[in-house]
Design a binder for this molecule. Structure first.
Ligand code: FAD
Ligand code: SF4
Length: 527
């Protein structure tokens, strides 16, 4: 871990005073953003900075750091090619560590009449920018982020009319408002949701020949970033020889076209399936490009809808995909801004266990966790069900402190940005918000993983067994979770039955499960 990073300000001498300094953060690489409205290259300038805090406030893996820095440097060069003046600080070994510190230093040199930015995607950075401009006694203008389909205000107005928030109803609201997958007032196909058709596992022989996603081998600029990041962050995990993410607008558009042409038609069926050694399956790999704003969600949704309307992809697959973007992505952003800053501290299940060390190494004898964590650390990617029903589920059942598992998710994925990561981790996967985001905790035993993957066949444990030497840790911890939280979930419409199944077990069995779960929590058996 670098002790400090320094930065080089490329502050060319100017003759005329600077009218507006446009601050562009690492996840705001949107060439059509409001910040460029009325931009005058003679009077205005863009400011961007690579600072060590963004890679180290959680110990980010190498692919995540490279993803951000490579995309930022390509964006900088694209702006300069358009004739815009860009002040850009590259990460080196001495200098300002935080965005606030770096900006404060450059505001002193540049003295713009005004600082302008698109509203930050993260609470922490929004506060830092506000505090810095206040301290410099400069006006800060925060513009709406046009990247999204919805706004925090729209979510807030919708939430005010609801007793409880649920994705399904916000999604329907947005479908109606945008007309996406609608035939007049009716949802295409006569129903809003085709989830039931989207839960297949692969046959025993496996997924067969998968369409490999288009790869983006690093160009010279990205290779320089890889070298610099490997040098500056020794000891961080990640296999940069396999880095192939799209880091420009053009590549992001190619990645979208490739997904629509080759994987969208089967996305729905196999959305929840997992297979050893196959990280991508039928997933889009678009989250990082979307979150860095290289791609607009409306463009992605329109491309998917076109595939349905032209008969290229079935409705169930297209609806399943659109629900992730028009539904979940917009919904979690609404939940984030409606609930911060208190949201990050929630822990209603009073989970207080430390995160097992193997989350940072992948060195575990549980085959499902070894595969999901291994690819996560190497590539910066795992698909949704691996995140929710393998790593997230294990942390939930074990009772890991939500802040610790949140820091892990924020550090390891190329697409990790707090506004989307935190509600998914804290709300959806850990139920630490007590049901604000989702109606129930996503819990299951090892049998679910067995049904949706080939992991268990490669594992020393048996998903059927809840106690004994071959007992699957997920299965043990699943029953133990119900035992520990029986009072909370006894009367729950969807979990009550599971609690009653537990209560039908013999006292000896329940004792054995409790003892085995305690062993799993003991530090010595943490691998
Ligand atoms: P696909 O499976 O192809 O899905 C298409 C797109 O839909 C994604 O690119 C993404 O933009 C969007 N999407 C899908 N599910 C969600 C969701 N639940 N919330 C918001 N958007 C969604 N997504 C992130 O973008 N960043 C994160 O840091 C992140 N952390 C997560 C942590 C946990 C514990 C869980 C359960 C989910 C998390 N997700 C996160 C959501 C989802 O898992 C990823 O967006 C997805 O796996 C990215 O891979 P993909 O691009 O191939 O997505
Ligand atoms: Fe994972 Fe349990 Fe299956 Fe092993 S048996 S792969 S630990 S679910």
């Amino acid at each position: 871990m670098p002790t400090a990073t320094a930065v080089r300000a490329e502050c060319a001498p100017r003759t005329a005073p600077l009218r507006r300094l446009a601050v562009v953060l690492g996840d705001q690489l949107d060439a059509e953003s409001a910040i460029f409205d009325g931009f005058d290259p003679d009077a205005d300038a863009v400011w961007m900075a690579e600072v060590s805090d963004e890679a180290s406030h959680v110990p980010s893996t190498l692919p995540r750091i490279v993803m951000f820095l490579a995309a930022m440097r390509h964006f900088r060069d694209a702006l300069r090619a358009r004739g815009l003046r860009v002040y850009y600080r590259e990460l080196t070994l001495d200098g300002a560590g935080s965005i606030g510190q770096a900006l404060a230093e450059d505001l002193e040199t540049l003295r713009p009449a005004q600082v302008v930015t698109v509203e930050a995607g993260e609470w922490r950075l929004r506060e830092a920018l506000r505090a810095t401009c206040r301290a410099a006694d400069l006006p800060l203008s925060e513009l709406a982020d046009r990247h999204f389909i919805s706004t925090a205000e729209e979510f807030s107005a919708w939430a005010a009319t609801r007793k409880e928030w649920r994705l399904e109803y916000f999604y329907r609201h947005l479908r109606r408002r945008t007309g996406v997958l609608m035939d007049g007032d009716t949802p295409c196909g006569g129903q809003w949701n085709f989830d039931k058709e989207n839960r297949r596992g692969f046959p025993a022989a496996g997924p067969g020949l998968l369409p490999p996603p288009v790869a983006f081998p690093p160009d010279a600029l990205t290779r320089d970033v890889c070298d610099a990041v490997a040098r500056l962050f020794p000891g961080r995990r990640g296999d940069l020889s396999r880095f192939d993410w799209p880091v420009t607008v053009e590549d992001a558009q190619r990645a979208l076209a490739d997904f629509i042409a080759h994987r969208l038609p089967l996305f729905g069926h196999f959305q929840d399936a997992m297979w050893h050694g196959e990280p991508w399956l039928y997933h889009s790999r678009l989250a990082a490009a979307l979150n860095l704003k290289l791609l607009r969600p409306a463009v992605v949704v329109a491309a998917a809808e076109r595939a349905f309307r032209t008969g290229h992809a079935p409705l169930a697959a297209v609806e399943g995909f659109i629900r992730q973007i028009l539904g979940w992505r917009e919904y979690v952003r609404g939940v984030y801004w409606q609930s911060m800053p208190d949201y990050a501290g929630q822990n209603v299940l009073q989970a207080n266990e430390p995160l097992p060390d193997f989350f940072w190494t992948g060195d575990t004898d549980r085959a499902c966790l070894r595969d999901a964590i291994g690819q996560t650390l190497d590539l910066g990617y795992a698909h949704h069900i691996q995140r929710l029903m393998v790593t997230g589920l294990y942390a939930l059942l074990l009772g890991v402190r939500p802040r610790e598992i949140h820091a892990w998710y924020l550090a390891v994925y190329v697409d990790a940005v707090e506004w989307v990561e935190l509600p998914n981790v804290l709300g959806m996967s850990q139920f630490a918000d007590g049901g604000r985001l989702a109606s129930k905790p996503y819990i299951a035993s090892g049998r679910y993983i067995d049904r949706m993957s080939n992991y268990c066949g490669r594992c020393r444990y048996s998903p059927e067994q809840a106690h004994g030497p071959k007992a699957c840790p997920f299965t043990t911890l699943y029953w133990d979770f119900l035992e520990r939280h029986a009072d909370r979930f006894w009367g729950h419409p969807r979990l009550g039955q599971q609690v009653r199944n537990l209560q039908r077990m013999s006292p000896d069995t329940r004792d054995a499960i409790r003892a085995q779960a305690a062993m799993l929590r003991a530090p010595a058996s943490a691998s």
